[in-house]
Ligand binder design. Structure first.
Ligand SMILES: Cc1ncc(COP(=O)(O)O)c(C=O)c1O
Length: 385
């Protein structure tokens, strides 16, 4: 269940804090038609990683020139789509991609505007599985690879700037200026190959609170740090245009997942298990990253939630945890609705049909009204609905 007003408020906050940047929403966090339509209406750009995301965006009115096409492996069809539809920017992740783009562009008589994704090896504090900077990470190019991509970018491929994305849940805004300086050094070396105004895309990664003890980092703090980074970059390489790609920071706190408790059974050290009608299939983050959430009983929210529980899913995995350290009323039991807040990002978008459970619907609520924006999917693979 998604609070549409919250998404709007977050987009407002980014518009106020980053008035001069190109604001792109990272579709991977959560993309449904209603959200793509809002992105189009506000004139935001959209960061897409697959033909599926791109097609949904185009269908909902996001112009092709507002698409930033990402991916460490773009299929030939995806390269073609980006070139033929005229994506605003294609982010090159490895040097051979420049050749692929050039071939497609020549074949279809098009021009392509690209950013080079650099992997800058700076210290980034976040969960290792969502850190995308450093030599053990398979995204982007180190300086020597990026240099050969610069040399390859000729003919119909136009170098417009550089891209970096350091990772997700970056609670320290100061990592942005540090990384921006590193990529500016790269541009400085190859200055003649770049245009007068260089696109400097700093990616997403702005952090959100998942549990009450998590810090809240204001959007303005990121804006101030990125502005400092831009200032330093401009001293080195001349005018830059900043692009940002927040995902989680727009939608994470807008969504809650509503489960039904099906089973209560004794657990270790007196902490009972509660099994709910979902789990790793609607939110794999606890299993993937040990992500923490909180839980609340929907109809007893004002009662003391002071008894420890372990909320688990219904799938055939011991790692299928929903809320590893939940606090609920002591008598919480089967039949009750359990709500997990802060599930708006990387839940629905990572959902699967594991064990052929149905994929839950998505419901937007706004001004006291609800609308189903995605129907429950309980089709049978190979057999259909
Ligand atoms: C290139 C790029 N941009 C933006 C994002 C969005 O990150 P976040 O949701 O943390 O803002 C990601 C996330 O993986 C990404 O890979």
């Amino acid at each position: 269940v998604v609070d549409a007003a919250h998404i709007n408020a977050r987009m407002d906050a980014f518009e106020q804090s980053f008035p001069n940047a190109v604001r792109a929403y990272a579709a991977k966090a959560f993309l449904v038609p209603a959200l793509a339509a809002a992105v189009a209406e506000r004139g935001w750009w959209l960061d897409v990683v697959s033909a599926g995301e791109a097609r949904l965006a185009l269908e909902m009115g996001v112009p092709a020139e507002h698409l930033i096409v990402h991916g460490n492996y773009k299929t030939p069809d995806e390269v073609l789509l980006a070139v033929v539809r005229g994506a605003g920017r294609v982010v090159v992740d490895h040097p051979a991609e420049v050749t692929q783009l050039a071939e497609a562009a020549r074949l279809h008589d098009r021009e392509v505007d690209v950013l080079l994704r650099l992997n800058v090896d700076i210290d980034v504090e976040t969960h290792p599985k969502v850190r995308t900077a450093g030599s053990d990470v398979h995204f982007g190019m180190v300086v020597s690879e990026a240099a050969s991509a610069v040399r390859a970018a000729t003919g119909p491929v136009h170098l417009r700037g550089v891209h970096l994305h350091l990772g997700s849940q970056l609670r320290d805004p100061d990592v942005y200026p540090a990384a921006m300086e590193a990529v500016a050094e790269f541009v400085e070396v190859h200055r003649a190959a770049f245009p007068d105004v260089v696109d400097l895309d700093v990616g997403g990664g702005m952090a959100v609170p998942y549990v009450r003890s998590d810090p809240v980092v204001p959007v303005g703090d990121y804006a101030a740090a990125i502005e400092r980074g831009a200032y330093e970059a401009e001293r080195m390489i001349g005018p830059v245009r900043i692009l940002i790609e927040p995902g989680r920071a727009i939608v994470a706190n807008a969504g809650v997942t509503v489960y039904r408790i099906g089973v209560r059974k004794p657990g270790p050290e007196g902490v009972p298990f509660l099994a709910v009608d979902g789990g790793i299939s609607d939110n794999p983050r606890p299993a993937l990253y040990g992500a923490e959430y909180e839980a609340v009983l929907a109809r007893r929210a004002d009662e003391p939630h002071d008894h420890p529980f372990r909320v688990v899913g219904r799938h055939c995995e011991t790692g299928d945890t929903v809320v590893p350290h939940a606090w609920l009323p002591a008598d919480a039991d089967h039949g009750e609705l359990l709500v997990v807040p802060a599930t708006g990002a990387y839940g629905f978008s990572m959902a699967s049909r594991y064990n052929l459970v149905s994929r839950p619907p998505v419901i937007f609520v706004e001004s006291g009204r609800e609308r189903v924006v995605v129907e429950r999917d309980d089709s049978l693979p190979g057999l259909g609905a």
